[in-house]
Design a protein around this ligand. Structure first.
Ligand code: NAD
Length: 501
């Protein structure tokens, strides 16, 4: 019994004899969403899945009613009750202050691990990489997807990248537990910690720490750029990949496309108390309403959902029927290849083909077995025991003051700031977009109207010194737009140097 089910369904079962159906929330989504959801539910129905659907509305229509989150309260009530959501893709309107509903769902429900398998089905689906069988575990709540953005000057926008130790621990442990349970041999971590030494560096460090608890699993780290290049060129070298939110988003689309189509890749978004299953692709508005979309990504997501719900035999039955359809060359337009495919079918016809093959096993593709696979949430349950970070001794040693300034070059700004610095809190550096431009800047460096001015004390200091500095700064007419205090944590700097410092 999964952690999810230990909620509502189990209680109902205890109260009134066994509940016959498992409650699941369903969202039909936008664009091709309703078509592929109808096809998917038809297959589930035909296979005899004991599910009771609670339908909710979310996405474009809700946004258009003025709800910028794209989801009404009634939908939250349903998800909180069932704790399992099968979701079709939705369209996020561009601009206009609308927030991504996917990001909201993942973060609100604490769905910290996004499990995205990418498997080749050669020779039946055209791919240059017939041996590919990769699972990408994407961190799902943090990173640049915190969505905290500000315009700070006329010329500069900022997006905050937030990475926490518990966030890293949860998803990395999940990836190792997943690898162990599914008898995977290797876990690869990908970050850009040669540049982002603190944020990406933390993810890499936690990977090494947690990896040490799984000595039987081979493990390595790649910088994301070469990692993504290898995923496109030689995906056979990967097994399980764990990576940060943005990198995982991009990498999993590359991986899916390399297997033949983004239309066939499923995903499971897993948290300790809820789970959401969806195809990785979007709402494909260009082909919506034509009945030609591939329902496979959503159908295989529903298969992952059945495993999660402990319905392993059903999951196996549907997945194997799907493999039969694929190896028989019955393909939707995105997979259809002249000479390789046998029939080009629409969404509904494809679903019917899968239904007709329920109970069959593929002859040439490897059939799947879910016999010993536990619920995704069981792995999540392991994660409740997060090592709490020890409290470091935190010492204030300075401040980075960001200013909006357009009245001259770096030396002019330094002259102005020198007039208001104090002996205890002197100006030590100015950078522009991270590059040191004072002291000893280079005339070639292009400067925008956004400057980071570092005031660094020689020893521990009181916050009052910063407040005094800000008052003098304000009175000088230079003004400030934001601050970052500079701390030592157990004597180690908790801030990066300027480029070229
Ligand atoms: P997309 O995934 O919708 O489409 C990319 C390409 O893949 C298109 O050529 C499309 O026709 C094709 N494609 C996608 N799914 C297919 C399927 N099932 N069968 C056949 N072909 C398929 O990506 P996009 O065009 O960048 O995004 C469209 C909209 O979807 C945007 O509003 C975006 O915000 C949204 N989106 C939603 C989700 C989600 O709800 N999880 C994810 C990604 C994008």
């Amino acid at each position: 019994m999964s952690a999810i089910l230990s909620g509502v369904w189990e209680k109902e079962a205890e109260a009134g004899g066994r509940a016959t159906k498992i409650p699941v929330t369903v969202a039909y989504g936008d664009g091709i969403g309703p078509e592929i959801m109808r096809a998917t539910l038809r297959v589930l129905e035909a296979a005899g899945a004991p599910l009771e659907y609670s339908e909710i509305e979310m996405g474009e229509a809700v946004y258009k009613r003025g709800l910028t989150a794209g989801i009404p309260d009634s939908a939250w009530e349903s998800i909180e009750r069932t704790r399992v959501l099968l979701k079709a893709p939705i369209t996020t309107p561009q601009g206009g202050g609308y927030k991504s509903l996917n990001v909201t769902l993942r973060k609100t429900l604490g769905l910290y691990a996004n499990v995205r398998p990418a498997v080749s089905y050669a020779p039946f689906v055209r791919t240059y990489h017939p041996q590919m069988d990769v699972v990408i575990v994407r961190e799902n709540e943090e990173d640049l997807y915190a969505g905290i953005e500000h315009q700070q000057t006329d010329e500069v926008m900022q997006c905050l990248k937030l990475v926490s130790r518990p966030g890293c621990e949860r998803v990395i442990r999940y990836a190792f537990e997943y690898a162990r349970q599914n008898k995977r041999r290797k876990v690869t971590c990908m970050t850009k910690d040669n540049i982002m030494k603190m944020t990406d560096g933390l993810f890499h460090k936690v990977f090494d720490e947690i990896g040490a608890e799984y000595p039987e699993i081979e493990q390595n780290h790649l910088i994301i750029d070469i990692g993504a290049a290898r995923m496109a060129d030689s995906p056979e070298i990967f097994d399980v990949v764990v990576t940060m939110n943005l990198y995982g988003d991009i990498l999993s689309d590359i991986a899916a496309q390399v297997t033949g189509s983004v239309g066939i890749a499923p995903s499971a978004n897993i948290g300790n108390r809820a789970a959401m299953f969806e195809a990785i692709h979007g709402s494909a508005p260009q082909i919506a309403g034509q009945g030609i979309a591939n329902p496979s990504g959503l159908l295989l997501s529903a298969v992952m959902m059945l495993v999660h719900l402990g319905q392993n035999q059903l999951a196996e039955r549907i997945h194997n029927a799907w493999l039969c359809a694929i190896e028989e060359g019955v393909h939707t337009a995105d997979l259809f290849t002249e000479g390789m495919s046998r029939a080009k079918v629409g969404t509904e016809e494809f679903a019917s083909t899968v239904i007709e093959r329920l109970g069959q096993k593929p002859q040439r593709l490897k059939s799947v077995r879910y016999e010993n696979v536990g619920a995704f949430a069981e792995l999540a349950k392991e994660n409740t025991a997060i090592k709490s970070s020890k409290r470091a001794t935190k010492t204030l040693v300075g401040v980075d003051v960001f200013v909006h300034w357009k009245d001259g070059c770096a030396n002019d700004l330094a002259d102005g700031l020198k007039r208001i610095e104090s002996a205890e809190l002197p100006l030590t550096m100015i950078t522009n977009r991270g590059v040191k431009v004072w002291p000893q800047g280079h005339a070639e460096t292009y400067c925008t109207d956004h400057w980071r001015c570092r005031f660094h004390a020689n020893s521990t200091m009181a916050t009052k010194r910063i407040l005094d500095l800000l008052e003098r700064l304000d009175a000088s007419g230079i003004g400030f737009i934001k601050l970052e205090n500079l701390y030592l944590f157990d004597g180690e700097p908790g801030y990066s140097l300027g480029q070229g410092q």
